[in-house]
Write a protein that binds this ligand. Structure first.
Ligand SMILES: *[C@@H]1O[C@H](CO)[C@@H](O)[C@H](O)[C@H]1NC(C)=O
Ligand SMILES: *[C@@H]1O[C@H](CO)[C@@H](O)[C@H](O)[C@H]1NC(C)=O
Length: 246
């Protein structure tokens, strides 16, 4: 039988796993079928025209019911001047950077999700709080295996973009795409899962006119709750046990 002191020592060593939370980050650029679109810096300090909506802070959204869950910190009612061209089935590479030049994305525990919503009209006039989202991609662990490394550890954290494809049956039209990184290293406490949503305006051409956009959609905020399994989760201890026992 394990003594209490062994358990205490275990939890202390598990807690010593805390990765750096300095710098956090932003979606630096996306590449669609080989063509790169730079994202704005915080508050668009570089004053570039982008298809990626500007955020005001590199820190995460922690309030799961906040408007900031739609497109990131300070971005709920912000739009971007451009839209990036894409096609059904296009490959999209998401390149995230930390807030500090030359430091890669700091987090390595947690998944990435991508959602898409139809803009009514031009995305440059579309409020993300009106968006009706469907999920088009999710990535948790490599190979979708419990012993696989977290996708953030094998891509963004080692300065490698995350790649996915748009659905082959996406109808032509204007879309807001919401790509989201969730960092779970502190998620054992309610309210400390870190959400990093980022929105990209897309113009999709070449889609089948017969295709329909699904009618079962979710809202942000609204799609998640603070106690959902996978959002309230002791991911660091699971990672520790995995490293010790698998
Ligand atoms: C960005 O803008 C927000 C709100 O206008 C401000 O609070 C914040 O300090 C700015 N951040 C930077 C890094 O300039
Ligand atoms: C949304 O983000 C901005 C910028 O970080 C912050 O000032 C504001 O308080 C946030 N809103 C909510 C409802 O959390």
């Amino acid at each position: 039988m394990k003594s209490f002191s062994t358990l205490a020592a275990f939890s202390i060593s598990a807690l010593s796993f805390i990765p750096s939370v300095l710098a956090h980050g932003r979606l630096k650029s996306i590449t669609i079928d080989g063509k790169t679109f730079e994202g704005p810096q915080i508050n668009n300090s570089g004053k570039i025209d982008s298809a990626i909506r500007t955020i005001t802070d590199v820190s995460p959204v922690l309030d799961i019911n906040s408007d900031n869950m739609s497109c990131g910190q300070g971005a709920a009612k912000v739009t971007a001047p451009l839209s990036a061209d894409a096609k059904p089935g296009s490959q999209i590479d998401f390149d995230w950077a930390s807030g500090e030049p030359s430091v890669p994305w700091p987090h390595n525990v947690g998944p990435m999700m991508t959602y898409i919503a139809q803009c009514s009209g031009d995305c440059a006039d579309f409020n993300s709080l009106d968006a009706k989202w469907i999920k088009i991609d999710e990535a948790g662990r490599e190979g979708n295996q419990p012993e696989g490394d977290w996708i953030q550890a094998t891509t963004l954290h080692v300065s490698k973009p995350y790649s996915m494809k748009l659905p082959n049956d996406l109808p032509a039209g204007n879309y807001l795409m919401r790509h989201e990184v969730i960092a779970l290293h502190n998620a054992q406490s309610e309210g400390l899962a870190e959400f990093y949503p980022s929105c990209v305006q897309l113009t999709v051409s070449g889609g089948s006119s017969k295709a329909n956009f699904p009618s079962s959609t979710v809202d942000f905020p609204g799609a998640y709750s603070a106690t959902d399994p996978g959002i309230l989760i002791n991911a660091r201890v699971i990672e520790f046990l995995k490293n010790v026992y698998l």
